[in-house]
Design a protein around this ligand. Sequence first.
Ligand SMILES: Nc1ncnc2c1ncn2[C@@H]1O[C@H](COP(=O)(O)OP(=O)(O)OP(=O)(O)O)[C@@H](O)[C@H]1O
Ligand SMILES: [Mg+2]
Length: 269
Amino acid sequence: MIIGVVNNKGGVGKTTTSINLSSCLAINKKHVLLVDIDPQAQSTHGLGIAINGHHLSLKDVLLAKTEQLYTLFSQKNIKDIIVSSQREGLDVAPADAKLTQVIEKLYRSYWFFRETILAKCLEPVKPEYDYIVIDCPPGLGVLSLNAIKASDFILIPCEMSMASIEGVTTLLEAVSTMKGNGFTNYKIVLTLVNPQCSITNRHVMELLLPFKEKILKTQIVRNEHINQAQMERKDIFTFAPDSKGAEGYSQLTRELLHLWHIGERKGSN
Ligand SMILES: Nc1ncnc2c1ncn2[C@@H]1O[C@H](COP(=O)(O)OP(=O)(O)OP(=O)(O)O)[C@@H](O)[C@H]1O
Ligand SMILES: [Mg+2]
């Protein structure tokens, strides 16, 4: 299953959620690939992965695939760029700042293909992993649209704030355009929740009423250990396994695994 972690709004916990959900899935004995499609490369760095100028990154694979539209051959496969993380069972397809070159190239390519490039690149590895998690950049640019197109499930981290909620409607319109109106395989996870801000929280929950069915029960609280873990380039389970942050991301992983399990059983009936 491919999971896109998407929100057009910046700084709402996409990377934090991608890193810690991927890590916790691996802790649960799943084979996981984290795909970093953000030129900021924060998932890559956040897991302590350093790639030097000679190492191939996602930019090389996406560029090769875009060019393949014209040449019919691709020399570079996503398998060539995947690196192991320190967490057993978790691999990473790393990004770097050069990923911005792909954005320009994609915009210049034929519209019909340009949003399907990532899905095509992931095809060879999809059967090898239980879950592929894609950490998206902020905004609804061509890279995020590629991630939405490639995803079977969309996870929307949403900060407990007015500005963040306002973006959800725009994002869901883009999801409908990319996946069709019938696509409902998405959930919202509330992040950076401060339980002491009860008035704000109540107000935000009222605004979210139209999406009530789509909000996960788990809320990720604002927790200093999460920030520190990112600075130390570790997942929260390595950095502070007993913290509220680790508890939140364990609970989120359990809730999602349960949801996907029910989905699979319905699908097999
Ligand atoms: N639950 C949390 N508690 C405390 N700090 C958090 C929490 N979640 C995220 N942060 C911090 O908030 C900042 C933004 O988080 P993150 O990088 O995950 O957001 P993002 O949506 O990926 O941002 P961008 O849109 O720039 O990619 C980071 O410094 C991160 O450490
Ligand atoms: Mg990010």
